[in-house]
Each structure stands twice: as structure tokens, then as C-alpha cells.
Design a binder for this molecule. Sequence first.
Ligand code: HMG
Length: 389
Amino acid sequence: MSSVGIDQISFYTSNYFLDLRTLAQLQSTDPEKFYQGIGQEKMGMAAHDEDIVTMAANAAYPLVQNGEGEQISTVLFATETGIDQSKAAGVYVHRLLGLSNNCRVVELKQACYSATAAVQMACALVARQPGKKVLVVASDVARYDLNTPGEATQGCGAVAMMVTAQPRILSIDPEVGSYTEDVMDFWRPNYRKTALVDGKYSTKIYLKALKKSWEHFRESSSLSFNDFSHFCYHLPFSRMAQKAHQHLARVNKSELTAAELEQQIADTLSYNRIIGNSYTASMYIGLSSLLENCGNNLAGKRIGFFSYGSGCVAEFFSGTVVEGYQDVLFQAQHQAMLDKRQEVSYDEYLNLYEAPDPKDGETHTIEADTQGRFRLAAISHHKREYVVI
Ligand code: HMG
């Protein structure tokens, strides 16, 4: 069977960010607790006219802008911060991108893991119809209650990946290691806008799920720890990946030095440090970060992936970077987007924290603010109105 995997990858994050030094000052906390302790510097804050739909459309636009959307058979939209209990957010994205009416759309949920479920399902669909493409989008706005330990780990972002046969970026191996256990480490009941979390417990379950997924992966794959040049972990905050990688190295009795282990993940963390947790999107923004920031040619290198979604479902899988991958990256666009972001004050942050959510059926127009191509222009008669700028 020909190889299947990621042919293109692009991400988007909001124009605004709060520097965690500002949060530290307000909370009379040492900023190094955030900068070093959890390894985060900034967190992305969506403008009022941005949400998971506009971010996803912005992430996916470069992949379809030259009419490349015609062969897309399916859009899989992964999110855990959905905007509707019934309608898939991807249906709005489908219209904003001008995709074919013969393209199916569905939304997937299992905390941060669902983007990986989407990627695996996309690979299976493409294997069945190798001439078709599947667009996977993952988009989230991570929100915790104010003045809680989780607050510093907020963020927002979306990633879009075109899954095809003969991919130009990453060929994904069929073997996976999965782990599911019913735990309450992080959850968000339907009546809440912010997540509830048992923070320290969640980090322990994450590490347990990593070991179990790895062990299951090894049952079907001949690959060992030393076969991987780099590892992409789910990134709730960048220190979590460092702890996870040290844990996996210990499980494998690796003889690599601390510096060599750090080198295997360091480039995956750069974007997360300044965007924050983007839930479903975060591991794949980590992949973008690796591909775009690693000084060495990664062609032919094997990458290990650990995807974790609280609750919990986790998966370890692997892929090989394709020769010439550099030619299809959107590195310059991503860098330009990140460079022009604007810092907000604490009061502006509090204002952005409250996303518009009118519960009456009146018409609420939303002021134009986003720097992106798509915006949420109004909520009227309980309907969200999205426009192309
Ligand atoms: P906390 O209680 O504020 O922090 O919460 P802490 O006291 O544990 O400190 C954090 C680290 O900073 C510690 O390092 C301190 O020593 C260090 P560690 O012992 O862990 O190595 N520290 C300092 N370092 C330098 N200078 C200083 C200083 N002070 C302290 N002055 C916690 C931390 C992660 C629990 C919190 O942020 C939280 O609840 N976050 C949300 C939950 C989360 O992200 N969990 C991760 C695993 S679950 C997951 O990944 C899934 C998720 O993405 C959701 C989904 O799947 O949908 C969350």
C-alpha cells in the first residue's frame, strides 16, 4: 500500500496575547514560576470576533486557496470547545472555504486527543480512496477560571492538515499504541464555559497514559526508543513535554544525556511557549514548530507522537519526514503572523476573556477586530454569522 499521511500543515492563532509576567505581577507570583516552572511565556487571547470556526478557517485557508480543495472528500473538525451541541463547527468552515457540496463534514470530541483520532480516521479514508484528500482541522480556545492554577496555561489556536496518499510532509505508520481509562482529571460539563481540572493528578495520569501507550505501541511496532530522532508530545504547557520525555527515557532505560533528550523535543516547544495550550491543536502546532524551527534536515527522520486527551484517551504513533518537506511549509506566513501579535494589558485580557454569548434572540453585532481573513460578525436570533473580510 502506498504511504498515507500529512501533505500540508498550517496553523493560526489570535493577534492578542497576555505576557505571563503581567499575570504573575497581578497574582504576586514570581514570573519564573511561569517562564521556567511551567515553561510558558505568553498566552493567546481570541478577539471577540474570533472563535474556533474563524481560527480553523484561517488555518485551513492556505491549504485550499489555489483551488486545491476540489479533491477533499471529508472535513474532520476536532474540538473540545464547540460552539453548538448539534451543528458541526466544520460546516461553517466548509462554506467559508468554498468546499464542494459533495464533501462530508463531522465534528469529533475527546478532549485534546480528538485531533489524533481525526488524523487516524483520515488516513483510513485516504487508504480506501487514494485519489481523495481529507482535511483535518483542530481548533480550541483553552479557558480556566480566573485566579486558579490552570489560568496561566490558557491559550488559543487552530491547525489544519491535509491528509493524502504520497504525502509531502509526513508519512504516518499504521501501528498505534492506545490507552483509555475513565478518570476525572479535566472535564467541562455542558453548563460551564471553563474547564474543571485536578491539575497535579492530570499530570500524573498523562505520564501513566504515556507509559501504557508506549508499551502497547511496542506490541505491534518493531521500532524502539533509539529509532526516533524527535518526539512531539501533547503540549498543555511546555514543561509537561520535558517531564514526559524524561519519563519515557527512564522507561526505556535510555543512555542519552539530559542535553540529548532535550534536543529531541526543544524545537517542538517554541510556538507553544508563546501561544499557550490550544488543546486539540497543540501537539500538531508542536509538529509545525519542529519542522519550521529545526536547523537540521529532518528528511527520513522518524518522529514519535504522544497524543493525550484528559478523561482519558491517549495514543502513541510514529511517522517519517518526507524528502523535500521544507518546500511545502508555511513558515514565513506563520512567522509574520506571530511577529505582528499585540500584547494586551490585564484589563484588556479580562475583557477578551468574556467571549460574546448572548442568550436572547436579539441581534448582537460584533465589532471588527481580528487580523484574520474570517470573522464572527454577529449573533442574531441565536445564529452565528461568519463573514469573509
Ligand atoms: P501550580 O500548582 O500552580 O504549580 O499548578 P506548581 O506549584 O506545581 O508549580 C509548577 C512548577 O513550577 C513546579 O515545578 C514548581 O517547582 C515550579 P515541578 O515541581 O512541576 O517541576 N516553580 C518554579 N520554578 C522556577 N521559579 C519559581 C517557581 N515556583 C514554582 N519561582 C499545574 C501547575 C500544571 C497543575 C496547573 O498549571 C494546572 O492545573 N494546569 C492545567 C492542567 C494541565 O495542564 N494538566 C496537564 C496534564 S492534562 C492535559 O495535558 C490535558 C489538557 O490539555 C486538557 C485536555 O486534554 O483536554 C489539560
